[in-house]
Design a protein around this ligand. Sequence first.
Ligand SMILES: [Zn+2]
Length: 87
Amino acid sequence: MEWLEKEEAEIAYLKSRKSYREEEREQNRMLFIMLGIFAFVAFTFMFNTDPLQAYEERFFPDTWNCKKCGYENYEGIFTCGVCGTAK
Ligand SMILES: [Zn+2]
């Protein structure tokens, strides 16, 4: 019955390989989470403000309304996007 022992050894080996792969996948997931946190912190340092304020300024910038036509323009733009009136 030597073949059976060989077969069992091979099955055990394959099972250990599978669990190894699952472990590796879990480690990759942790690495992605850590990279995400790192990116968030790096972003904060780039803008030198608290993270929520930095995100707000980046993705929801302040706006101003045109005196003439009332169109809402972003803070960084100095003339109205519709009628060209200065801020
Ligand atoms: Zn305007």
